[in-house]
Write a protein that binds this ligand. Structure first.
Ligand code: MN
Length: 239
């Protein structure tokens, strides 16, 4: 399916998002990031199955909301995370799925991942935990069907991050930039919450503070994005 010029920048940003998420340890050989295609309702962009840091423009494929991938190559098994959340959340324009360390730890202890500083106010009152065992008993833990993707979307509800027990997390945003920002700061928050918790009781952001700081940071995401792009390009070209 040919992509028109306005979507070219979306593809560029998606490729950069993969490299940034790898650079910040959110993804490794696994994990993925997608972007909704506004100009083509019911479709989104996601790479064919490949390690994020190795993804180039030619790897990006159009997927539809049934989870079908258009074009050659093998699709990610967990593409239904993306298709089902886009269906359920019209406000979401980008989704990151990762197996980051902090998300795993909070997903298995049952302790709520809550915002401990102003950069992660988007975590609100705390991240819900999707337990795939509640949906289908023993499994390989992958969200590899529309039904499982739908169950994850139900757990996520209106929030920005859902932890996935024994697996990782899925983070959403209104743009690629916002989804990447939230994924990076969710992991930072998790690591700091773990460290702070060892020293005593944590005073978390109040719900009001979480809301106000989330609104504030949402307005300056581009500043961080520009820095991260520069770093990613430097890694690539050494200039
Ligand atoms: Mn996964």
């Amino acid at each position: 399916m040919p992509l028109s010029p306005p979507q070219d920048s979306l593809i560029d940003d998606l490729v950069l998002a993969n490299k940034i998420l790898h650079r910040y340890g959110i993804v490794d050989g696994y994990g993925h990031v997608s972007a909704r295609l506004d100009s083509n309702a019911g479709n989104f962009l996601l790479s064919r199955s490949k390690a994020p840091a190795l993804i180039e423009r030619t790897d990006i494929r159009v997927h539809d909301f049934s989870g079908a991938m258009h074009g050659d190559g093998a699709p990610y098994l967990e593409r239904f995370i993306h298709s089902e959340i886009y269906k359920a959340r019209p406000d979401v324009h980008s989704i990151v799925h990762s197996h980051s360390q902090g998300s795993i730890i909070f997903g298995v202890t049952g302790r709520r991942l809550r915002p401990i500083y102003h950069m992660s106010g988007f975590l609100g009152s705390g991240s819900p935990i999707f337990d795939i065992g509640d949906v289908m008993g023993d499994s390989d833990l992958l969200v590899s069907s529309p039904e499982l993707g739908g169950a994850l979307a139900t757990t996520l509800a209106g929030q920005s991050c859902a932890l996935m027990r024994g697996h990782g997390m899925t983070v959403v945003g209104a743009s690629i930039q916002e989804a990447v920002f939230r994924a990076v700061y969710t992991e930072k928050n998790a690591q700091m919450q773990l460290q702070a918790g060892r020293d005593g009781d944590i005073k978390y952001l109040s719900p009001g503070e979480a809301e106000l700081t989330a609104a504030l940071m949402a307005r300056s995401i581009d500043r961080t994005w520009q820095l991260w792009v520069k770093e990613a390009e430097h890694d690539r070209h050494g200039s």
